[in-house]
Design a protein around this ligand. Structure first.
Ligand code: 7RM
Length: 638
């Protein structure tokens, strides 16, 4: 009841006539076509790409394994670069890069094409062939995009590891992917500090026997150690490489990349995406949702280390010949108006960012954007977690000047491209709702038994082109985690309102979302118990006004001595070392015992009750119900 009260109050924002008139999608025809014949619809959309050989069959669906555009041949890099040569896009700016200290660089499509060709040759010279796995551990610099496209060009499978991940996390991913080569940099910049990427890479590489070569981009110029015979400077390789490298003809179902994402166990999953379907999804959603126009200056603030950076920095925008901004740095460096300064300076027309960033800007106050000219903006986007109506309203008014539609885009690493989102010239917006599934996306809300409901689990009942094709080296996990009653199980809860709008309600599993970073509570727990003084740990997420969620950990130490004051900080640092500093718990509470069932299951739900100040739910199944009082006392005392 409380919920329906909340959403029926929502104001509806209709697309302006001006926006609609110029929009790529002006009416509901796409929805109708898709509803009539989904496969025929996707086949028509796939014509947005250049194919070396057309497909013989649109879809081969043997649940839960899908093949799209069977027999079709293409190359993702060719579709992002080669096909723009000889068109008006050739001399257009592809990437505008700005560093934190104000350095600038601008690269046209032709220049990007040239560099990618050379780097592709360099990779080949280092022995990289079709199907080989290449790890990329780079800051947000143009070379990150060059690296991805070069892999795609020669048919190598990239696995990008976010530069905020620790050496340990990088190692785990390279080992699981059996990476043959690593592309990294001397370092990166963040909040005026130097990130020791090469040092971390060296540390990780000690335990990765499969990596034979390391390419190092010169970026910060900080002194680093090179291992001779293994490490190579990027600029040297480029300087020596031939200028042309023909694109490999790839099967539509050949792997394009693996991207690791958190699940409900301590071990991240290598999500596999293939070439044809993925690129159709990324390309078409960029046209529909971001209303991509040749004149746009587009800025997606996501890092290439996340799926958003893959689909909406690297592939989608470039396949559409867009001009985009890349910024390597913090939003408050040197001042809290850096984003707004960038928008003013480059005339950004489309901004795609995360609710956690918007809430941070809200906290800093509207005087920061007010001091800048944001009149170039015409469209705003949001991704990563539900955007609360207050943040939506602030974004709409103070950034969008009340004139820009906001596309609240729901999707996942696994879905490859946006699934539920407004189409800005068509969809009436309700702040806080991602609105409707895109054309061709068969989203359904169901109960445990798979029956349609207005509140329950969000599922996708039919395959779609950019869907994951599996979990790298773990088909059992793919089948078990994602498929229930023949449908794709998203792990998110959702509700439908009386107008058919989708309202995302957050995860229904042990996956949490801190500042838009996806993490498993199990990953944090494994990192905690990895410390020699920790016996047991339970991590929970509690609501946080800026970060969306924040981590609270309950730890039972092995020895009395560990209760010393500095221990909490030490443990937090330990988590940062194992996963990355974004995974640090906000609070660690030391207790003698965790609330457990008689069979030994930790009841995290009861810990959440304590942390959120609720009366604890049913404790009768606990082996020792008295632990609850002790934990509560400890929680309130710290
Ligand atoms: C793109 C991305 C996926 C999880 C997903 C949701 C949450 C993402 C929204 C959202 C509500 C949104 N990929 N999520 N976008 N929840 N509204 N617009 O974030 O794999 O890293 O995370 O993020 O819980 O399952 S991801």
């Amino acid at each position: 009841m409380g919920f329906s009260f909340f959403y029926t109050l929502a104001i509806v924002f209709f697309p302006s006539e001006d926006f609609r008139k110029e929009a790529n999608v002006k009416n509901s025809t796409l929805f109708e076509e898709a509803a009539q014949d989904r496969e025929a619809f996707w086949a028509k959309q796939a014509e947005c790409l250049d194919w070396f050989k057309p497909w013989d069959q649109v879809l081969d669906w043997k649940p839960p394994y899908a093949k799209w555009f069977v027999g079709g041949k293409l190359n993702a890099c060719y579709n992002c670069l080669d096909r723009h040569m000889g068109t008006s896009t050739q001399n257009k700016t592809a990437l505008i890069w700005e560093g934190e200290r104000g350095e600038e660089k601008s690269i046209t499509y032709e220049e990007l094409y040239a560099e990618v060709n050379q780097f592709s040759q360099a990779l080949k010279k280092l022995g990289i062939r079709k199907g080989d796995k290449v790890a990329i551990y780079l800051p947000m610099i143009p070379e990150a995009v060059v690296a991805m496209l070069s892999c795609a060009r020669i048919g190598a499978v990239h696995t990008v590891v976010f530069a905020g991940f620790s050496a340990e996390s990088l190692k785990d991913r390279m080992v699981d992917a059996e990476a043959k080569l690593l592309i990294t940099a001397d370092g990166g910049f963040r909040k005026g500090k130097l990130l020791p990427l090469k040092e971390m890479a060296d540390q990780a590489l000690k335990a990765v026997p499969t990596v034979q070569n390391v390419v190092v981009v010169r970026h910060t110029q900080q002194p680093i150690a090179l291992t001779s015979g293994r490490d190579h400077w990027y600029d040297h390789l480029i300087g020596e490489a031939p200028t042309e490298c023909p694109p490999e003809s790839m099967d539509a179902e050949d792997e394009l990349f693996i991207l690791y994402t958190s699940g409900t166990t301590g071990k991240p999953k290598g999500i596999v995406h293939t070439t044809g379907g993925y690129l159709v999804g990324a390309t078409m959603t960029t046209q529909w949702v971001f209303d991509a126009k040749p004149s746009d200056i587009y800025w997606c603030t996501a890092d290439v280390g996340w799926i958003t950076g893959h689909s909406y920095v690297a592939y989608g925008p470039l396949a559409n010949g867009m001009t985009q901004l890349l910024y390597e740095g913090a939003p408050d460096f040197p001042e809290r108006n850096r984003f707004w300064k960038l928008i003013e300076k480059y005339g950004v027309t489309i901004l795609y960012t995360a609710p956690t960033a918007i809430r941070t800007f809200m906290k800093w106050g509207e005087e920061w954007p007010q001091g800048c000219d944001l009149s170039s903006l015409r469209l705003l986007g949001s991704v990563g977690e539900p955007i609360n109506p207050e943040a939506w309203a602030w974004y709409h008014q103070h950034i969008g000047g009340g004139r820009c539609p906001i596309v609240d885009t729901w999707w996942q690493t696994e879905t490859g491209s946006i699934m539920i989102s407004p189409i800005p010239g068509v969809t009436p917006l309700k702040p806080g709702s991602a609105t409707f599934p895109l054309p061709g996306i068969d989203a359904k809300i169901v109960d445990e038994a798979g029956q349609p409901q207005t509140s329950g689990y969000l599922t996708i009942a039919s395959p779609w082109p950019s869907m994951l094709r599996g979990v790298h080296r773990d088909p059992a996990r793919y089948e078990k985690t994602y498929w229930k009653n023949g449908s794709y199980f998203t792990g998110d809860g959702a509700k439908l309102d009386e107008d058919g709008y989708f309202w995302l309600m957050g995860r229904v599993d042990d996956v949490i979302n801190v500042s838009g970073h996806r993490l498993g509570t199990m990953e944090i727990e494994s990192a905690l118990v990895d410390h020699r003084s920790v016996a047991e740990a339970a991590a929970i997420a509690i609501p946080h006004p800026i970060k969306g969620q924040t981590i609270v950990a309950f730890v039972t130490p092995k020895e009395k001595a560990s209760f010393q004051p500095g221990f909490e900080e030490e443990l937090k640092l330990h988590v940062a070392q194992i996963i990355g500093s974004f995974a640090k718990p906000e609070r660690i509470i030391f207790i003698n015992d965790l609330p457990k069932t008689r069979s030994g299951k930790i009841m995290r739900r009861l810990l959440r009750d304590i942390a959120e100040g609720r009366v604890a739910g049913d404790t009768t199944t606990l082996a020792d119900p008295s632990v609850m009082e002790q934990i509560k006392a400890k929680y309130q005392e710290d």
